[in-house]
Design a protein around this ligand. Structure first.
Ligand code: PLP
Ligand code: COI
Length: 370
């Protein structure tokens, strides 16, 4: 990808404090050989401060570890927190790349605006990733379908109990080597349809990647687990009729004629994976519809044979076929349904681009270690 001028800020000086006791190489290798999502973290983290008077300042790379936080920090009381999710991929020549980082940076700015937080400039965001990879590049695994999951996040650190936007904010980036989110590679998953809970309402924070949205999804996610399902699907909060998204992924339906349909709503997260997969599908000649889609449409379409596949997509999950959707009073599909052909071929194309095995015609890849 070409670097817009705004992203070429080489003058940003990060203070680097190396970790005096990084994980021993053999122990790190054991982790990289079998990474489990979000359990082990690299030796360093990035942090940048913001204050109302000083703006963004003091960019640092420091040893990974606990964050000092005043018990009155606003995030602990009012949940003013947002985050992003991205991955670093190791290509066969050893180089390290990430996918559409400016899209994550811009989405974090939109999340910040919604949560009354300051917007981190795109070049600060991207430089943070580069600085972390400069010290922790050896943590990017090379086994098939593994990557380094990168988690930028930002929270209200001001110690003040009045309810208003915080005047002191902290931005951090941490990273964790990961394998497939659902364990088995691209094995179809089961989804539970939540009819008791919704995730977001009109005018709310559903389109922001705010921690509170995930807190709101946890009870429904626990219900899904009790039903033997890996994820929960939420419906709209007004009519309880239209598909929104899963707890941590977007959803796409595939019709017999090749059309891909995905919910359009300002109460869901605008997924970068979904946007990319749909762009790949459009380039192949598939028709793509971003519109309201009801649960009845899915039920009837499945029964009539018009809807032939469904998949979940997101950075952590990549593209995962949905085998069945379980609701309290009906089921669509079955747990042992085979993975759909369109789903799998779009998945392969996306992953091949991310791992540098296919040309990056869209200019999505960004080198982090150069
Ligand atoms: N929807 C939710 C609620 C998510 O948490 C995610 C994951 O980040 C997505 C959708 C997919 O977004 P992306 O593809 O940008 O990771
Ligand atoms: C991501 O895909 O990056 C997310 O934030 C979703 C979560 C399930 C880890």
């Amino acid at each position: 990808m070409t670097i817009p001028l705004q992203m070429a800020n080489k003058d940003l000086v990060f203070q680097v404090n190396p970790n005096p006791s990084p994980m021993p190489v053999d122990k790190r290798q054991e982790v990289l050989d079998k990474p489990v999502f979000g359990t082990v973290f690299t030796d360093h983290m990035v942090d940048i401060c913001w204050s109302e008077t000083g703006g963004w300042h003091r960019p640092r790379v420091q040893p990974y570890g606990p964050i000092p936080l005043d018990p009155a920090a606003a995030v602990l009381h009012y949940g003013q927190e947002i985050f992003e999710g991205m991955k670093a991929y190791r290509h066969s020549d050893g180089s390290i790349w990430t996918f559409r980082p400016e899209a994550n940076a811009q989405r974090m700015q939109r999340s910040a605006a919604r949560m009354a937080m300051p917007e981190l400039p795109v070049d600060y965001f991207i430089r943070s990733l580069q600085e972390l990879i400069a010290v922790d590049g050896d943590w990017v695994p090379s086994a098939p379908e593994t990557s380094l999951y990168i988690r930028p996040f930002m929270f209200a650190k001001e110690a003040f109990l009045g309810v208003r936007p915080a005047k002191k904010i902290a931005f951090y980036v941490i990273a964790s080597p990961v394998g497939p989110y659902f364990g088995g590679n691209a094995k179809p998953v089961s989804i539970w349809l939540s009819t008791n809970y919704t995730r977001a309402g009109r005018g709310g924070t559903g389109a922001a990647k705010a921690g509170g949205n995930y807190a709101a999804s946890l009870l429904a996610q626990s219900e899904a687990a009790e039903q033997g399902c890996q994820q929960v699907l939420f419906l709209d909060s007004v009519e309880g009729k239209y598909l929104e998204e899963l707890g941590g992924m977007n959803v796409v339906l595939v019709y017999k004629d090749g059309t891909l349909v995905t919910p359009a709503s300002d109460t869901i997260l605008s997924g970068i994976t979904r946007d990319s997969v749909l762009a790949l599908a459009e380039a192949r000649g598939h028709k793509v519809e971003r519109r309201q889609v009801s649960i009845d449409e899915w039920r009837k379409g499945f029964d009539s044979g018009d809807i032939v596949e469904a998949f979940a997509c997101g950075t952590a999950a990549t593209v995962v076929p949905i085998g069945q959707l379980k609701a309290p009073d009906f089921t669509i599909g079955s747990a042992d349904a085979p993975a759909g052909e369109v789903t799998m071929s779009l998945r392969d194309e996306l992953i091949d681009i991310q791992y540098g095995r296919r040309p990056d015609d869209h200019g999505w890849m960004f080198r982090l270690d150069a």
